[in-house]
Every structure is written in structure tokens, then in C-alpha cells.
Design a protein around this ligand. Structure first.
Ligand code: ADP
Ligand code: ZN
Ligand code: ZN
Length: 816
């Protein structure tokens, strides 16, 4: 008898055994997908992990339904990596499989599909089955795969649907909510008939009498020569000071050709610059040191201050790996950052750059998946957020993790709760590839690893072009309030500096790490504060929408005019967010153009890109925003950064609060003065003497590192201890309390290491579920694998207690 061992896209810890025929056994390879029945009547796309002849003894193996692939679409290294993730982060292999595959490759009987409205379908090109599905979807806007099974009266219809997805006729329901429409940019080039050496002369001859048009052609060449990159219509019209209509006329006359370019999509048809990248001397030195370091070590940290030109060093390094035919993976902490980076990389590498991220449609993701697997020239460099780590690389040589300190590299929900930086290092190990971590503010863990000799360290301590580090000025809010030097939340110093920057035509960034107008509305008569009905938090006031909103569950109500408790109309706000800052700006600087960048304004499809573009194009003078501003953006005209209030970051109840505050402030400050002039940063705070703030002011990373490291050792935190956080949730407060106490006791009795809790977190109820957490601190002297096994055993026995079974337990290894 012949069997395959498969993983299902479900949260099940086990793999499952299915029967195959002898012929199938010889055809199937590890990494191919098969359709299998599961449960009473469900069908799933499963992945073959192994082939064997051992009959399972606990259940009778069912037969597979169908083989979906002709060749493996996942690699053995990839599967090995998934197994490592499941084991290390204590989740099921099914969780990893489901998270790794684009859902278009993972059809199951519950999947809901619809027709794709934009696609024009030619009936004659459809097979009979495809036609039936297409027809059925005209009568009912969406159908479950299960329903289609009965329409077609066939057991397995996955291959039919897969073809229809590939033809862009149908889409998965989940996609409809967020289909990614890449932004198109218009470019012009000289018409191909003038491409010969003498072409330009001929053209100028032709245009002898058309003075205006001749000027535009010359302007085009000037632009092309100075910028060494494709010329956009926008640039050309601005530069030659004509309207777009004139350019259009030239296109119609076949002097120019117009073409569209997607800013960060998979297709690329533009030109790349032949400009050789010229590293500055400090960059060159760092570059050589990195290569030297790679001769001896697998991982190297590039600790380069903000605007030191790390990206250019990455580019130079990527060049070397591409020459040897290797693939390069470039991980970013945030999808929104890809646009800026992709444009920069495409200038050098043209169409060798592929982007993989969750906002792309299934087809696009599947395309990159296949290109990666085939080591296609179109996917030599893959840029993505953390999930790009799951692609089927065939020849990976280099992994770059930019802004490695960012906490978004750690996935919180759902499982697998992996850290992309750490998982990248493990993956590199499997491929014998190298990892370059980059940051201006490395995480304590990473820096510790360099000090311990585990990773190499290369430091770049000056900015590119010899620009000086920004000058950081502290403003004592207590003193300013006392002396009545505040206008709203702006100190006189900040107002003065903004006024000056604006008068010089420079731009300003203001940072406040909280969105909305104010986090609290309070009744002045009775002190009542409106709270969310389902969560243990106050409702945030959003003035623009005149709403009170819960930032945890989305619940909202219209802003009350009277207190809910005593009907008084004396309501006041407490605390402030970006919305309030923007409003104050409009009265203090009525002539300045302002914009806001936070979750509320960037929600739309291109919200983020649009704001960045308008700011980059200097259509906005002052940009107010949350932490989104701290993530590696490159603006060349910002001379002033204001941090409205440094204190609420510092007071976060979290052992990483000081480290994070340092990183956040340093990164935001780093947006100032990136091109020529030294930038200025104003930090408003009630605690100007706080160590962390002093360290930011003096650019003293090492000071911050040493102080935090000392605390981490004393209080038993990473890098000295590994942390596993268990979060327990249940709707019944008493049951949760009892259950978490039970689990805590069992763990602390059996583990022989610090176990803290069960603690009620600052927000102890979300969506009507109460929350408790338990923190396990594992010293390096203890075997990590064995400890996890013991924890798993305790969790199993916890689940075996009938009255606790309904309590959800979330395991977060290396909690961030
Ligand atoms: P970092 O990532 O270290 O903050 P960037 O790589 O964004 O810094 O570089 C900062 C700015 O300096 C960018 O605008 C970049 O184009 C410019 N720059 C850096 N290195 C070079 C170089 N070798 N040649 C030309 N421009 C450079
Ligand atoms: Zn009241
Ligand atoms: Zn809520």
C-alpha cells in the first residue's frame, strides 16, 4: 500500500496520511498539492510533505481525490523552514502552510468566489464546466466552492476554478474587499523613428520653425541627461513650463511616444539608468567591511545613522550577488514603504525586481511565487514585508532586513507568530546564504549578538554628503505652561522654528503618536468618561466625523452633546491626537498647507502613497503624523521635526518602552536635514532630564544600549532570558480568573524558572473577552526545546480540564 503524508491549511498540529495508487505514488513528489477529503464532506488543498508505505494505525487512510500539480510548487528547504517555524513558535504546521501560500493556491470547499466584474469574457473561450460556473455566478453574485460542486455535479472542481482564477474570470471573496490597483505614471520618450545616432539632429531640423516644440524637445534631453532616468510627463511639463496639452500634441505628431509605468507592480517596461552608483568613501569602507564580515560570519549588522546611505550600500551588495546568479530577498517592515524603495531599486536593476505583498491580488502573488520557484530573471530581487519569507526560493544568496528593529517584523495575529528577522536568519542558514541587518537604531537583541561575536558589526556614523546630524532641542513643557508660553499644544520655541522654516520654503514634520482628536472626553460636572461597551477603554473623539470611536473593536457612536450620566453639557477633552494638532495648526499658521498621516487618513487604497507624494512634491508644508513617519521615509526638503509630546511613549507599561521611545524619536528626528542643511528637531516633554531623552538628544545609541542592557539583566528580560507570553481569553470573568490561576500554578511548579502573572493587562477586555496574561522567562541555562515541550504538556492538561476548555490560549514565543 502507498501513502502520502500531507499538511492541511487548518490549525491542526498533525500531518495526515492519505492513500494513493502505485502510479500516483511514483508520480507525486514532495511539495506538490493534492485535493483531499476531510471531515464529513469537506475538500481541502493539501501539500505533500512525504511519501511512504506505513499504514496509519489510528485511523483508516482515505484516498486522495486529485493531484493538482505536475511539479512541486514548494521546495524541500521551504518545508523544512515551515517545520522549524511551527516548532519554534509553538504553532501547528497547518497554520504556517495557510499563512505561507497565496490563498489562490489553497482552495477549499468553504472558499467563496465571485465573478470578476472588470473582466470581459468571451464565451467561446470557456470550457463547458467553466461556462456553467460563469453562468451560475450571474444569477448569484457569490457561491461557495461546495455549491459549485453540486452545480457541476462533480466531486472535485478545484482544477476548473484554478483555471478560471488564472484567466482572471473569478476571484476569491476575500480579495474583493481589497483589490490592489497599482498606480500608473505617464512617461515620454523620443519616438523610435528618431532612435538612430543622427535622430536628434534630424528632429531638430524638422522643428526649425516650431520654436516652442523645439524647446520642449531640448528640455526633454536636458532632463534626461541630468536625471539619468525615465522622464515623466509631469516633470517635463514643469521643467519646460508648458501645459500637458502641448506634450500631448507632440505625442500625436509622433515626436514623442507616451508610455505608462506601474509604480511598483510586477510588469516593468521602463529603462534603467546606466549611471554607476558611486559610493562615498565612508560607504565604500562600510561596504568592504560587510564583505569581509561575510567571509567569516553568516549575519552582519549595518549600524548606520539615519541618512547615512544604507540603501546605496544594499544596492551595491545586491549587484554582487546577482552576478553570481543568486536570488536576493529584501524585507521591509511595512508594505507602504515599498513604493519608494522599488523605484530606487528599479533604477538599478530594471525588471529584475519583483514585489510580493498581501495587497496584491492572488494572481499577482501566484505569479511571483512561480517566478521565484523557477528562479526567473524577473524575480532575482524580491521585495516584501514579512510574508515574502515564505516564497519558494531556489537559489537564495542574500537576505536584507532593513529597519531590523521594527516590531512589525513580529507577527502578532494570527499564528504563526513568527519574527521575520529571526526566521530569515534560520532560512539563510538552510540556504547557506548571508543576512544583512540594517538599522540606525538596532534592537537591543541584535546589538547584543554583535557584542557577543555572533553577528558581525559594521558602523557608519556619518550622514551621506557630510550633512551633520540634526540639532536636537528640548522644550520643558512644565516650564512653558507655568510661564504661559503655550498656544494649544505648541510651545513658543516650536512656533518660532516652524515660522522660520516656512519662511525659507522648507517643510516641517510634526509627530504625535496618537490619532484622533483626543483619547478621552470627560464630563466636567460628574467626571463621567464614555467607554466602549465591549472593551475596557475610553472612546477616542474624532472631531472630523463627530464621533467617539473604539480603537480596539471599531465600535462608534455620535459624539454626545450631553453627559450620558448627568446630562450636563460641560464636556471637555483630555489628551490630544494628530487631528487636534492639525486643527491647531490651521489657526496658528492659517496660510500653511497641512496634511495628516495616520491610520485614519491612509486607509484608502493609495492613501499612504498619495500623502507621501504630495509631501514630496512640496504641495504640503507641514505633515502631522503618527509612528508611520518614523519608518525610513526619505524627504529632501524637511528642515524641522517637532515631537509634540515625548512622554506617553516613555510611560508605556512594557519592558521595551525606553528602547522603543529611543528608536521612535531618533527615527522621526532622522527625517530632518537629509540633503544638505543640518536639520533641527524640537522635542517637547515634561521630563527633559529623562535618560532616554538625553540619549536621543546626544545621539548616544551606546548609552541607551548599555543602560537598557543593564536593566534587562536585572529584571530578567531578553537578551538574557527568552520570553514566552501566554494570553488567556474568555467571556466569563470568573472562569478566566480561575483558569489562568490554575495554569499559572501548574507552570510555576513544573518549570523551575520565573513565571509571572496571571496579570490583568492595561486593557483587560476587548470585544467582550476578558484577558489575562502569563509570562514565562526562560534562562539560557535551560534547554529551550525541552522547556517548550513541558509548557505544551501543561497546556494539554489545561485543555483536558472540562471547565477550562473554552478558554482560549494564545502562545507568543519571543513576545515583542
Ligand atoms: P538611510 O537609509 O541610511 O537613512 P538613504 O539610503 O535613504 O539613507 O540615503 C539618504 C539620502 O542620500 C538618499 O536621498 C540617497 O539617495 C542619498 N545618497 C546616499 N548615498 C548616496 C550615493 N552614494 N550617491 C548619491 N546619493 C546618495
Ligand atoms: Zn456628567
Ligand atoms: Zn471596543
Amino acid at each position: 500500500m502507498f501513502f502520502v503524508e500531507v499538511v492541511l491549511p487548518l490549525s491542526l498540529a498533525k500531518t495526515f496520511t492519505y492513500r494513493v495508487s502505485e502510479a500516483e505514488f511514483h508520480f507525486i513528489k514532495k511539495g506538490m498539492r493534492v485535493v483531499v477529503p476531510f471531515g464529513k464532506s469537506k475538500m481541502y488543498t493539501a501539500l505533500v510533505l512525504d511519501l511512504h508505505q506505513n499504514e496509519p494505525n489510528l485511523y483508516e487512510a482515505k484516498e486522495i481525490d486529485q493531484i493538482l500539480d505536475e511539479r512541486p510548487i514548494a521546495t524541500e528547504i521551504q518545508i523544512k523552514h515551515w517545520l522549524w517555524i511551527a516548532d519554534y513558535y509553538m504553532c501547528s504546521i497547518g497554520d504556517v502552510y495557510r499563512g505561507a501560500f497565496p490563498s489562490g493556491l489553497l482552495l477549499e470547499s468553504e472558499t467563496v468566489i465571485s465573478n470578476k466584474p472588470e473582466t470581459i469574457v468571451n464565451d467561446s473561450e470557456l470550457s463547458d464546466d467553466e461556462f456553467l460556473v460563469y453562468e451560475a455566478l450571474h444569477h448569484q453574485s457569490s457561491l461557495r466552492v461546495q455549491d459549485i460542486t453540486s452545480i457541476l455535479n462533480k466531486k472535485n472542481i478545484f482544477p476548473v476554478l484554478q483555471k478560471m482564477i488564472a484567466k482572471d474570470i473569478i476571484v476569491l471573496e476575500e480579495e474583493i474587499k481589497e483589490t490592489y490597483k497599482p498606480k500608473l505614471i505617464r512617461y515620454v520618450k523620443l519616438h523610435s523613428k528618431y532612435e538612430s545616432d543622427n535622430g536628434l539632429n534630424e528632429l531638430l531640423e524638422e522643428l526649425k520653425s516650431a520654436k516652442k516644440q523645439k524647446e520642449i524637445v531640448l528640455a526633454f534631453f536636458q532632463l534626461k541627461a541630468s536625471e539619468k532616468k525615465p522622464v515623466t510627463v509631469k516633470k517635463l511639463t514643469e521643467f519646460s513650463n508648458v501645459s500637458a496639452a502641448v506634450v500631448k500634441a507632440l505625442v500625436e505628431k509622433e515626436i514623442f511616444e507616451e508610455y505608462l509605468l506601474q509604480q511598483d507592480r510586477i510588469v516593468y517596461s521602463g529603462e534603467k539608468t546606466d549611471k554607476q552608483l558611486q559610493l562615498s568613501q565612508p560607504q565604500e569602507k562600510a561596504f568592504l567591511e560587510i564583505k569581509e564580515c561575510f567571509a567569516a560570519k553568516e549575519v552582519c549588522l549595518l549600524h548606520g545613522v539615519t541618512s547615512s546611505g544604507k540603501t546605496e550600500i544594499y544596492i551595491k551588495l545586491i549587484e554582487e550577488y546577482l552576478i553570481t546568479g543568486k536570488q536576493v530577498l529584501y524585507l521591509l517592515p511595512e508594505i507602504a514603504l515599498t513604493t519608494q524603495l522599488v523605484s530606487r531599486l528599479r533604477l538599478h536593476f530594471g525588471d529584475k525586481v519583483a514585489v510580493f505583498h498581501s495587497k496584491y491580488s492572488n494572481n499577482e502573488r501566484v505569479e511571483v511565487w512561480k517566478q521565484t520557484l523557477e528562479n526567473s530573471s524577473k524575480a532575482q530581487i524580491i521585495i516584501g514585508a514579512r510574508s515574502a519569507l515564505f516564497l519558494p526560493f531556489s537559489n537564495l544568496g542574500l537576505l536584507i532586513v532593513d529597519e531590523e528593529h521594527e516590531q512589525t517584523f513580529k507577527q502578532t495575529d494570527p499564528a504563526p507568530r513568527y519574527h521575520a528577522r529571526d526566521a530569515a536568519i534560520v532560512l539563510a542558514n538552510f540556504y547557506k546564504a548571508k543576512v544583512l541587518l540594517g538599522s540606525a537604531t538596532p534592537s537591543i537583541e541584535t546589538y547584543y549578538n554583535t557584542q557577543a561575536g555572533k553577528y558581525g558589526l559594521v558602523t557608519l556614523s556619518e550622514r551621506y554628503n557630510n550633512v551633520r546630524m540634526p540639532d536636537i532641542v528640548l522644550v520643558d513643557l512644565k516650564d512653558k505652561h507655568f510661564r504661559k508660553r503655550m498656544t494649544g499644544h505648541f510651545s513658543d520655541v516650536l512656533i518660532e522654528e516652524i515660522t522660520e522654516a516656512l519662511s525659507l520654503g522648507e517643510q516641517v514634520i510634526l509627530f504625535q503618536n496618537r490619532r484622533g482628536y483626543s483619547p478621552i472626553i470627560e464630563c466636567l460636572t460628574c467626571g463621567h468618561v464614555p467607554h466602549c461597551q465591549q472593551c475596557d477603554v475610553s472612546l477616542t473623539f474624532h472631531k472630523h466625523k463627530n464621533q467617539l470611536r473604539c480603537h480596539y473593536c471599531g465600535y462608534s457612536i455620535a459624539k454626545p452633546t450631553n453627559c450620558h450620566a448627568c446630562s450636563s453639557i460641560d464636556l471637555t477633552t483630555k489628551g490630544f491626537g494628530t487631528e487636534q494638532i492639525e486643527q491647531e495648526l490651521s489657526s496658528i499658521f492659517p496660510n500653511a498647507k497641512t496634511a495628516r498621516m495616520d491610520q485614519d487618513t491612509t486607509r484608502g487604497k493609495f492613501g499612504f502613497e498619495k500623502i507621501i507624494d504630495t509631501f514630496k512634491n512640496r504641495e504640503v508644508d507641514i505633515l502631522v503624523g503618527t509612528q508611520m513617519l518614523a519608518k525610513g521615509l526619505d524627504f529632501d526638503n524637511v528642515s524641522l521635526v517637532g515631537i509634540m509630546n515625548a512622554d506617553n511613549m516613555l510611560h508605556h507599561p512594557d519592558f521595551r518602552a525606553f528602547e522603543r521611545s529611543y528608536q521612535m524619536m531618533t527615527q522621526v528626528a532622522g527625517r530632518a536635514g537629509r540633503s544638505e542643511k543640518q536639520g533641527k528637531v524640537i522635542i517637547q516633554t515634561y521630563n527633559p532630564n529623562h535618560n532616554t531623552i538625553q540619549q536621543v538628544t546626544t545621539h548616544n545609541y551606546t548609552g541607551m544600549y548599555k543602560e537598557q542592557l543593564y536593566d534587562r539583566q536585572i529584571y530578567k528580560y531578553p537578551p538574557y532570558f527568552r520570553i514566552i507570553k501566554l494570553t488567556l481569553k474568555h467571556r466569563d470573568f470568573d472562569k478566566l480568573k480561575e483558569g489562568s490561576m490554575w495554569l499559572y500554578q501548574v507552570l510555576s511548579q513544573n518549570l523551575g524558572m520565573p513565571v509571572l502573572g496571571p496579570e490583568e493587562p492595561a486593557i483587560s477586555r476587548i470585544r467582550n473577552e476578558y484577558i489575562r496574561s502569563i509570562l514565562i522567562k526562560i534562562p539560557h541555562s535551560q534547554h529551550l526545546g525541552n522547556t517548550k515541550k513541558t509548557i505544551q504538556k501543561m497546556l494539554n492538561s489545561f485543555e483536558a480540564v472540562a471547565q477550562y476548555r473554552a478558554i482560549k490560549v494564545v502562545i507568543n514565543v519571543d513576545f515583542y
